[in-house]
Write a protein that binds this ligand. Structure first.
Ligand code: FES
Length: 321
């Protein structure tokens, strides 16, 4: 069983309105200790009022150990995480926060990087921009938003990214008036890597436009599961064999593997519980997997699964637990 990472208590040092409906939150150690550096693209889990746990990308400079920075869009129709932050969390509050974890890593092989952000999807890409500027790497950042009033971290981005590399695209709510993503990604140069994050329509457009790129040059992170979640599909029951402990667990038709394991008194690290973050990634040793996540690449799927949403295709699955 993998070790459950230790959470820490961090204090909200500052809350700033960044754009329409978007606030940033600066988190610091209450005793003034330095935070760990994190990898560009990483996220944290925040334990919010009401027992809600949500993942947020770190948007600050990965090398800055004085504070962690997140940006959050208030979404009244969401599952409540953004409302808890916007409506209940105030400066001075102390919040339980997980260690930073990265499921959206940058490649060290890129000769050029294209960062493509849709709306609040700018947050992990901003940390990547910090990294690329610090290393002197070649990159361009495209930030798609409804209008100037919807751009988060505008001043920081303008101060950080040279103007010839920073491109804002405004569509006034109609994607056809905004950036032509297909044209931008039409002709990938060798060595160019693509990173994108944004809402589902934007993600679909980026996926389609990059469909001919080499798999290992395209990197993306969903911050919300697409609306028709595969986990909504009917589910059959199966047995899970925990190879290290020797236990055999029954997973019922409406139960996740994580839940079935928890009912035995064991714990698997989890965060989003939606197949988005990779926190619950486990190696499987035998059986066929019905992958239902949005995070693992084809190579990882040959030996890993996310046990919060993925299931067995057959009657049994052996896990390295
Ligand atoms: S808990 Fe996030 S992918 Fe499973």
């Amino acid at each position: 069983m993998s070790t459950v990472p230790v959470n820490k208590q961090l204090m909200v040092q500052a809350i700033r309105r960044q754009a329409k409906g978007i606030c940033s939150y600066e988190l610091v150690d209450p005793d003034g200790h330095a935070l760990e550096p994190f990898e560009a693209g990483a996220h944290i889990d925040m334990h919010l009022p009401g027992g809600i746990v949500r993942s947020y990308s770190l948007a600050g400079d990965p090398k800055d150990q004085t504070h962690w920075l997140i940006g959050v869009l208030r979404e009244p129709a969401s599952r409540g995480g953004s409302l808890a932050l916007h409506d209940k969390v105030r400066v001075g509050d102390v919040i339980e926060v997980s260690p930073a974890r990265n499921a959206f890593s940058m490649s060290s092989n890129a000769t050029h990087s294209i960062l493509l952000a849709g709306g609040i999807g700018i947050t992990p890409l901003k940390s990547m921009a910090h990294e690329l500027v610090a290393t002197g790497a070649s990159f361009e950042l495209h930030y798609c938003a409804r209008g100037p009033g919807n751009v988060a971290f505008a001043n920081e981005l303008k101060a950080l990214v040279p103007p010839e590399r920073l491109h804002f695209h405004f569509d006034d709510g109609e994607p056809s008036k905004g950036l032509d993503i297909a044209a931008l990604l039409n002709d990938p140069s060798p060595g160019t890597h693509l990173y994108y994050c944004g809402p589902s329509g934007f993600m679909n457009a980026c996926a389609e436009a990059s469909s001919l790129w080499a798999n290992d040059t395209v990197h993306f992170e969903h911050f919300k599961a697409p609306e028709s979640q595969p986990s909504d599909l009917p589910e059959g029951s199966f047995e899970v064999h925990l190879v290290k402990s020797g236990e055999v667990i029954h997973v019922g038709p409406d139960q996740t593997i994580v839940r079935a394991i928890e009912l035995t008194g064991r714990r698997v690290p989890t965060s989003c519980l939606s197949g988005l973050c990779g926190a619950c990634k486990v190696t499987y040793l035998d059986g066929e997997v019905d992958h239902r996540d949005y995070i693992l690449n084809d190579d990882e799927k040959t030996h890993c699964l996310t046990v919060c949403v993925s299931r067995a295709k057959g009657k049994t699955l052996s896990l390295d637990l």
